[in-house]
Write a protein that binds this ligand. Structure first.
Ligand code: RUG
Length: 829
């Protein structure tokens, strides 16, 4: 029978191949069919949004076709798979990216033109899928694109939040948060799998029983919630492979509350059941602190438990013996958020599969690897013991057992060094006894990855020094990357055409190392002309966008200077604003002849502040207060404009980055683990003004320091500077601009007082005062370079040409070879 099934599936595979036609007439028919039968509108009367929906569904059909074929093929070949666990994925829009990766963009553009629509206008109808906060989540999305493109047998697992990252509304310069109802108009990119669901248990007690003469623990849970799968096909570029991102949604389960119906309180019973859904309701909007929240722990365990049930079910379909588990499965933990998966794997193997502890632990240690994205020990997640014991009582016992064995092992090496033992312990003693999730990961994972060289060094010498001394071989550097498909091909089509034309090939889209070939033409006047035109067109689009949003008109001759990222003290948007105040102050005090020498600037800032982060919110307000003053000052005119772009997200980045001349990456050295925004700007030929932090150090190595504007204290100088307590005395200019804010020059004197306090004597943890003078020098150097447009264009070309290393394709290949031990598995065309 098996042989018969196999033959049948092979025949089906052949029949499905090329099932959907991609010529313009077939696409038109498919789109109209979807208008009529999916969107249920008349084909004679539908608007742009409905046209987008129909278009998206026809693309989805093609995605599903490849995605089925890929999974059939993976099943047939049964390669070792990588399962990527991440609590956040910041996917942005899917339409353009999908048609480009499927290789049918031109056909769709033709089909739509013939139907009287414009592809780009319809693409604008799509909302962003913002199931993540920032760098970590967008990096996860880039990794999925690279995994698919490089044909790796991969699955992503995460949570399908009902509300993604909040929408940022600006009222009178203040940030307000509004919920992101991203699913209200449906989501054509996902496939609801009602039949793929698993129960996830919480609370309850642990009991002992005897099985085959052996004492065993059994968990008697107190609550069960159903996890339902939503699949999101991720197409690779230049390949038939389309992998799966499976996101879990919580639904009420019937298993545990039958009793409540029989008590007669039917309405309350229903209301209580609905509460189950809250688990996947909302994304935590702070990317740094979420310590000790019950819902957060439930979210983590919910997606981990469902994913592992799914993974183990798939494994068991083909294998009987858990000895083969590490040969077939690699599990990647994205930051410490999914670390509870380690305890869950141990629970399943020991309690359910009845493996003995050492065997189970041996398996766990061979399958898990972790990437740490944080820099400070304080940024690592801790869960109070009481909370974990109440929500997941059996897991707490397991973690205690892991810790007991870890301590026994450590004692062999460190004997009486109790300080070290307590630092390395998974359990943190103190007022609130807690589980250190990072230490749990370090105890188990075979590889601990840092996200840039500087970051790995910090992990080795500070954050995890003790662990590094014990297990140096575990620590690896995997410098982050971004996908050139999204960040050049989708977001900057003119640049894409220029690169392909000058390299004489499109092969760089899969093999980005080829982009270095542009270096040869960095001084070619014809390339310069094309490059400058491309930049001008992109700046025009951005200028229109700025005017629509903010009513500020900006000059295309000005340097577009951009800082877009989450608002954080360490990212130092305040340094940028104080620099803008200094520029304003200088221009105000110039005579007309000096003014003629000023390089006009449009300073663009965008980013969200976590809802409870008061200092960050004040920074946003200060930006607006300065913008109000500067933009309405007739002495200034086009020499300086300040713009805050509200509701920064992935699709805003796709518009802003290609239109930028200069971008700022100002983190105090040692605080940015890597930074990936800088890589997107680099690919787009935007010059970087940056501190020697995170990946900027490696960027400087690739393009040469002369092609960017570096400034500020170095990583190893920072501790001594803090110790010394550098103050305003370091720079009169700094003292003057802070005083202007303090004295109410931009209004809101009382409101900004505490913000000024953060950078004045005794404070200034992030060293704005120390770095200010060198920041202004770097800004002046950028001005000088901009005046010589040929030189600037050459630097811009060299930036793009040097961006090859920062592709997530390179990152993923390093993970595949050095951490996961997986091979490509390419579905035949
Ligand atoms: O802040 C880091 C960025 O430096 C990094 O580029 C990105 C991806 O590795 O991750 C960011 N991050 C760190 N996001 N959340 C955290 C907290 O662990």
């Amino acid at each position: 029978r098996k042989g018969g099934l196999k033959a049948k599936s092979e025949k089906m595979f052949g029949l499905m191949d090329g099932f959907l036609k991609n010529d313009s007439v077939s696409l038109q028919k498919d789109i109209l069919d979807h208008v009529e039968f999916t969107v249920a509108r008349s084909r004679f009367n539908f608007d742009d949004f409905e046209a987008y929906q129909a278009l998206a569904h026809s693309v989805r059909d093609r995605l599903i076709e490849r995605w089925h074929d890929t999974h059939q093929y993976f099943k047939k070949k049964d390669p070792k798979r990588i399962y990527f666990l991440s609590l956040e994925f910041l996917m942005g829009r899917s339409l353009t990216n999908s048609v480009i990766n499927l290789g049918i963009q031109d056909q769709y553009a033709d089909a739509l033109t013939q139907l009287g629509f414009d592809f780009e206008i319809l693409a604008e109808q799509e909302g962003d899928a913002a199931l993540g906060n920032g760098g970590l989540a967008r990096f996860a999305a880039c990794q999925m694109d690279s995994l698919a493109t490089l044909d790796y047998p991969a699955w992503g697992y995460g949570l399908r939040y009902q509300y993604g990252l909040f929408r940022q509304i600006i009222v009178d310069g203040f940030q307000h948060e509004q919920p992101d109802f991203w699913l209200n108009f449906g989501n054509p990119w996902e496939i609801e799998r009602v039949h793929v669901s698993y129960p996830v248990k919480f609370y309850g007690t642990v009991e002992e029983e005897v099985l085959n003469g052996k004492k065993c623990k059994i968990w008697i849970p107190g609550e069960s919630v159903e996890a339902v799968a939503y699949d999101n096909p991720i197409p690779g570029y230049g390949t038939r492979n389309a992998i799966n991102l499976r996101l879990w949604a919580a639904k009420p389960s019937d298993q545990y509350d039958m009793e409540s119906y029989t008590t007669g309180d039917y309405i309350n019973a229903i209301v209580n059941r609905q509460k189950a859904e809250t688990i996947s309701n909302v994304l935590y909007p702070d990317d740094r602190s979420y310590q000790g929240k019950e819902l957060r722990l439930k979210q983590q365990y919910f997606f981990v438990s469902a994913s592992l049930q799914d993974i183990i079910r798939r494994f068991k379909d083909l294998h009987k013996n858990f000895d083969e588990f590490p040969e077939k499965i690699a599990l990647q933990i994205n930051d410490t958020h999914p670390s509870i998966s380690i305890a869950e794997v141990m629970r399943v193997l020991v309690d359910e599969e009845h493996l003995d502890w050492s065997k189970a632990w041996g398996i766990a240690c061979r399958i898990f690897s972790v990437t740490i994205h944080a820099v400070q020990p304080e940024g690592l997640e801790k869960i109070p013991v009481d909370l974990l014991g109440s929500v997941l009582p059996r897991h707490l016992e397991i973690i205690y057992e892991i810790n007991f064995r870890l301590m026994e092992e450590l004692k062999k090496s460190f004997d009486q060094d109790y300080d070290r033992l307590s630092r390395m312990s998974i359990i943190e003693e103190g007022a609130v006894k807690s589980i250190r999730m990072a230490n749990l990961s370090l105890a188990c994972c075979h590889t601990v990855n840092g996200v840039s060289r500087v970051h790995l060094e910090t992990l080795k010498t500070r954050v995890f020094k003790d662990f590094y001394e014990l297990w140096p071989q575990k620590f690896q550097c995997k410098t982050n990357g971004v996908t050139q498909r999204r960040w050049i091909v989708v977001s900057n089509p003119s640049l894409c055409s220029i690169i392909s034309k000058w390299l004489g090939t499109e092969a760089w889209i899969r093999n980005v190392d080829l982009i270095a070939g542009l270096r040869e033409y960095a001084k070619d006047p014809d390339l310069h002309t094309e490059w400058k035109n491309m930049k001008k067109v992109n700046k025009m689009r951005l200028a229109e966008y700025i005017e629509t949003l903010t009513s500020v008109k900006v000059s295309l001759d000005a340097m577009f200077d951009v800082q877009i990222k989450r608002i954080h003290e360490y990212k130092r948007q305040l340094l940028n604003i104080l620099g803008i105040i200094h520029r304003y102050d200088c221009i105000k005090n110039m005579d007309e002849s000096d003014k003629r020498r000023v390089v006009p600037r449009v300073c663009i800032i965008g980013g969200k502040a976590a809802p409870g982060y008061e200092v960050a919110k004040k920074i946003i307000k200060l930006c607006h207060a300065v913008a109000d003053k500067v933009n309405s000052d007739p002495d200034i005119g086009d020499l300086l404009k300040v713009v805050f772009i509200p509701d920064y997200n992935v699709s805003v980045a796709e518009l802003v980055i290609p239109g930028s001349d200069l971008s700022q990456h100002l983190s105090t050295a040692g605080h940015e683990a890597s930074g990936t925004g800088c890589m997107k700007f680099l690919m787009n030929g935007c010059l970087l003004l940056a501190t020697a932090d995170g990946s900027a150090v490696e960027i400087a190595e690739e393009i040469g320091e002369a092609n960017m504007f570096l400034f500020g204290a170095k990583v190893d100088e920072v501790p001594a500077l803090r110790e010394k307590g550098t103050t305003l005395k370091g720079s009169l200019q700094f003292a003057r601009v802070v005083r202007m804010v303090r004295d109410g020059y931009f209004g809101f004197k009382d409101y900004f007082k505490s913000l000024c306090d953060t950078v004045e004597d005794g404070g200034d943890f992030y060293l704005l005062g120390h770095d200010f003078a060198s920041y202004l020098e770097a800004q002046a150097a950028a001005d000088r370079a901009f005046v010589d447009q040929e030189k600037w264009t050459q630097m811009s070309i060299l930036s793009t040409a040097g961006s090859g290393k920062f592709s997530s394709d390179r990152t993923i290949e390093e993970y595949a070879e050095q951490s996961w031990g997986i091979e490509p598995c390419k579905c035949p065309f």
